[in-house]
Design a binder for this molecule. Sequence first.
Ligand SMILES: NC(=O)c1ccc[n+]([C@@H]2O[C@H](COP(=O)([O-])OP(=O)(O)OC[C@H]3O[C@@H](n4cnc5c(N)ncnc54)[C@H](O)[C@@H]3O)[C@@H](O)[C@H]2O)c1
Length: 338
Amino acid sequence: MTDRVRIAQVGVGYWGKNLLRNFHSLADVQTICDANPDVLSRIGAQYPGVKTTGNFDDILNDERVQAVVVATETPLHFDFARRALEAGKHVFVEKPMAQTVEQAEDLVRIADDNNVRVMVGHLLLYHPAFRYVEGLIRNGDLGEVYYVHSQRVNLGIIRQKENAFESLAPHDLSIALMFIHSDPVAVSAQGHAYLQDGIEDVVFATVYFASGQIAHLHTSWLDPQKQRAVTVVGSNKMAIIDDVSSSEKVRLYDKGVVVAPGESRYAEYAEAMSIRDGDIVIPKLPTEEPLRAECKHFVDCVATGTNPRSDGRNGLAVVRMLSAAMTSLRNRGAAVEV
Ligand SMILES: NC(=O)c1ccc[n+]([C@@H]2O[C@H](COP(=O)([O-])OP(=O)(O)OC[C@H]3O[C@@H](n4cnc5c(N)ncnc54)[C@H](O)[C@@H]3O)[C@@H](O)[C@H]2O)c1
């Protein structure tokens, strides 16, 4: 049997404990680090063979550790990831990988310089429902993708060190990049801070792509209903991915608008266009847990030296859009170049 990849993790709070559960079953977790002694002892007690520490240097100085998982609050991602990469460790860092474009660029460069992998926790890139629709787009089933619309809203979790867009939108921005095969050129974002000064609870954003396609995002932690839905409208078919549904994660609509032969879709007369209203198909999907698939991908990439699907450049592309959105928010929705 080949040696298991030796991992350490910093941050074992709400999300970190889920990552730890998966990494512990897929790799050899050596050490966990958390600044909160109560969290550390509670989580540590569940993994008797794993060392616990409040000092991140213990991980950096441990030559046995090949890879570091960073699952602290977002403002700390950059510093922990940078130090681990500089120590020659591979890094899995939660989304968003950093809070500024410069920081994200630094992480990509440092990983390249040290010949180690960096992977960002863009979870939906490993989700069977999103992978399924990605396949439909690649093989042309949906036709030309016109636009993507996503809603990621709920009551909570209200964060204090990032706004609702920074917290929630990285998922939808990574999906927009996966579904729209063009470069983002500008972002316009509007939102408002109701509960805490300067921390927007709701944000509506539009990403403009070089191709003319658009992605529209609605993110909020101040909404009565939990929704995790992405709609993709194509020229042949349309799809809705509903991550809240347990049995109908993807609905594929054989619907569209048919332009009469010889007419352009910009024809003057509406009669040139007719509505096509076909079947709705609910495909059977693999049942693999997305988080497990994500963690397994990281472990495999470290073991084989392969570049991850959500690599540092993918993380950087998302941070560029986030950063443009933040500037747009402060300027009442003015379009800001990416
Ligand atoms: N991929 C997803 O779907 C998903 C979902 C939720 C959260 N997240 C991400 O996970 C990250 C963590 O979020 P969370 O909800 O678990 O937050 P959290 O506050 O519950 O956990 C963060 C942990 O980091 C620890 N920490 C803080 N400063 C530290 C330091 N200096 N040294 C060591 N430990 C320190 C805290 O004590 C805490 O236990 C965030 O980046 C968030 O965006 C991702």
